[in-house]
Design a protein around this ligand. Structure first.
Ligand code: C2E
Ligand code: CA
Ligand code: CA
Length: 643
């Protein structure tokens, strides 16, 4: 039987940040009500029920002077009408009125009043009135003769104390409600401690304790517990381009798919003997973790991985667009790869990072050498920060050959790092570190300036102008000000913009973002060319390419260099060429290593060729000679760059 740990009693719509915002709003509203009651005073309304002429004359005068709005009623019926229609807060009744209308007016008034009604004051009372009025709830009774000046003062004091009492009552209610709000917010927060609010899955803390429990429970002999760490490739780009809301939608959809996979029967195929228990959690921004117990070897996880990979790689239709997402899996086993929950989870994470380093979309298992690698990554990041200042970065250049003329038409600038201890490092050795250390933008800026400067230097030395191809990281488009930097590099070097071509890798390239599109349009307006690099590795729809202001496609070398499914890929390659030509784009074939592949891509109609067959990338000072040799057919060096 499979047991899947699910979030405790929470529905899918649970959204903690939203709940907290709502709660804060409700509290704010309570606060407003409270503020209003204490600060804003509407004038008090008093009703005087009297028949004596002097009262009719003096009562309104004195009461108005103390800020009351006053109504006069000379009969019981009028008095009741005013109470209904005007809702006075204070009713002052002459005791003499009790016998008018054939009834006991003021006692009837007093009886009909409830707590919320006006305060009643009886004036001009005789002996019997005092006892009766107070017994029935009058707040104040005064004897004859009536001094309206005094009565109005007493009325003002009564009104003020009534206001204060009401405010205190209301404040008490508001505080009570505020406490209720706080209580329910605290409950939500307590639940939040266990549950990821976006997906409703258990969070890292819960997952770790589930692992701890599973590790300390008895296990069948020979069985292990697998911990898998899953991370979405290029999730940052999705968030940047499509917006956080779409990113959140993808995460929710992904957690639903993972849950489905878990619950599906296929997971049972990893079962060896007895009970398989499994747990799924979201442990970070775009990171999920899985625990599967009772696994006899990593081999048994293969079908599960396949199931996950195929399920997760289906397009995500969110926010009106289709997104393709690849994921990297790392795995570690208990007890082989660690003794505590934290250790095994950390090792699974290292394996995931290794999977990412291999290009993403794959699975890796922990082995002890990954610890050393992780340390190296940290120190490499530190060194790379200083590399720019210490002038350790360099560009090497690889030529592109025109299919028809056989001459060099362009060179591609490829980044190198002359590391003081490790020697010459290639981009694959350090670009992921540059990316994670947020160094891509400053490095890219340097590459652009240096490539333009170098081309100007060659041209000044008499080399025939060739196009300079510069690789641009996606981050430069989303975080930097690439058009301005391009303008600056061009003007500093005095180069014709048509000599500069920027290459954007299709890998992880999501041009959907409006800012990306705007930057591409600006660049195109500057007169520089734009090319999609590694074409065929991403998911660019052809229709979509049409909307981009691009000039060229560089077909990924996996389609060019042959290898595994050489035949199949060559076919795809020529279909791509036809499609690109149909869109009016130039086509470059990269990774041409053998005369045979050269023949294939030439027959396919590629416009330019690049690859070790012609030359690897060489240092800037060797380029003039290389170009000359290639153009005169005297170049003979073939192969990879020496390290
Ligand atoms: P890319 O843009 O696809 O560059 C071509 C890569 O293929 C280069 O590797 C090149 O040395 C290699 N290559 C060239 N011909 C052949 C061939 O015939 N066979 C094989 N197997 N490989 C060939 P490199 O220089 O190691 O660069 C790797 C990647 O690093 C580049 O792939 C590019 O994506 C990235 N990169 C390089 N320089 C920069 C840069 O300045 N900025 C950015 N953002 N990325 C860069
Ligand atoms: Ca390139
Ligand atoms: Ca490429």
């Amino acid at each position: 039987m499979l047991r899947l740990l699910k979030s405790p009693d929470l529905d899918e719509k649970f959204d903690l940040p939203r709940e907290i915002r709502r709660s804060a709003k409700r509290l704010e509203r309570l606060d407003e009500t409270l503020g209003l009651d204490l600060s804003e005073r509407s004038p008090e309304r008093a009703l005087v029920v009297c028949s004596e002429r002097t009262s009719r004359k003096w009562a309104p005068r004195w009461l108005k002077q103390l800020g009351f709005d006053v109504d006069l009623a000379t009969t019981g019926a009028r008095a009741r009408f005013f109470i209904e229609a005007k809702a006075p807060t204070l009713v002052i009744v002459e005791a003499a009125m009790r016998d008018t209308d054939g009834g006991r007016v003021y006692s009837a008034l007093l009886k009909s009043l409830d707590d919320e009604g006006p305060s009643v004051v009886v004036v001009g009372a005789g002996r019997g009135d005092v006892v009766e009025a107070t017994a029935q709830g009058a707040v104040d009774v005064s004897r004859r003769p009536i001094d309206w000046r005094l009565v109005s003062r007493r009325a003002a004091v009564i009104a003020a104390s009534r206001r204060a009492g009401e405010a205190v009552d209301r404040a008490r209610k508001i505080v009570g409600r505020a406490l209720d709000e706080l209580r329910s917010t605290r409950e939500l927060l307590e639940r939040k401690a266990d549950v990821d609010s976006l997906t409703g899955l258990p969070n890292r803390r819960v997952f770790t304790s589930v692992l701890q429990r599973a590790f300390s429970a008895p296990r069948p002999a020979g069985s292990e517990i697998a911990v898998l760490y899953l991370d979405i490739d290029n999730f940052g780009s999705i968030n940047e381009c499509a917006g956080r809301d779409c990113g959140d939608e993808i995460l929710r959809a992904m957690s639903r798919r993972l849950t489905r996979c878990f619950e599906s029967a296929e997971l049972m195929s990893v079962r060896t003997t007895g009970l398989v228990s499994a747990s799924l959690a979201r442990i970070g921004g775009d990171e999920f973790a899985l625990m599967i117990s009772n696994v006899s070897s990593t081999e048994h996880l293969k079908p599960l991985f396949e199931r996950f990979t195929s399920e997760l790689s289906q397009p995500y239709e969110v926010c009106g667009s289709k997104y393709y997402v690849s994921t990297s899996f790392g795995g570690a086993m208990y007890p082989s790869h660690g003794q505590t929950a934290e250790e095994v989870l950390h090792h699974a994470e290292l394996a995931m990072l290794e999977a990412k380093e291999m290009g993403g979309g794959v699975q890796c298992y922990y082995d002890p050498s990954l610890n050393e690698k992780a340390n190296q990554r940290v120190s490499l990041g530190r060194d790379l920060r200083q590399a720019l200042e210490r002038d350790e970065l360099a560009l090497h250049y690889q030529p592109l050959i025109d299919r028809v003329s056989g001459k060099v038409t362009a060179v591609e600038a490829l980044l190198r790092w002359r590391h003081p201890e490790r020697g010459l490092l290639l981009p694959d050795d350090f670009l992921s570190v540059a990316e994670s250390e947020a160094l891509m933008v400053p490095i890219g800026r340097w590459v652009l300036r240096e490539a333009c400067r170098q081309l100007r230097e060659w041209m000044d030395a008499g080399v025939e102008p060739v196009r300079m191809l510069v690789n641009v990281a996606h981050r430069q488009l989303t975080h930097g000000d690439l058009p301005r930097e391009v303008e600056e590099s061009l003007s500093a070097s005095g180069l014709d913009p048509r000599l500069l071509e920027l290459e954007l890798s299709e890998r992880g390239f999501l041009g959907h973002g409006l800012n990306v599109l705007a930057a591409l349009r600006k660049l195109s307006r500057l007169g520089v060319s734009l090319a999609i690099d590694d074409f065929g590795t991403g998911e660019s729809a052809i229709v979509y390419l049409k909307q981009l202001p691009i000039d060229a496609l560089k077909i990924d070398r996996s389609y060019v260099s042959g290898g595994g499914d050489g035949e199949g890929n060559a076919t795809i390659g020529s279909a791509m060429v036809a499609m690109a030509h149909g869109l009016g784009l130039k086509v470059v074939a990269e990774g041409v290593e053998t005369p045979e592949r050269k023949g294939v891509v030439e027959a396919g109609g590629c416009d330019e060729l690049q690859g070790f067959l012609f030359s690897s990338a060489v240092a800037g000072d060797q380029v003039p000679r290389l170009l000359n040799d290639l153009n005169t057919g005297t170049h003979s060096v073939v192969g990879r760059e020496a390290k």
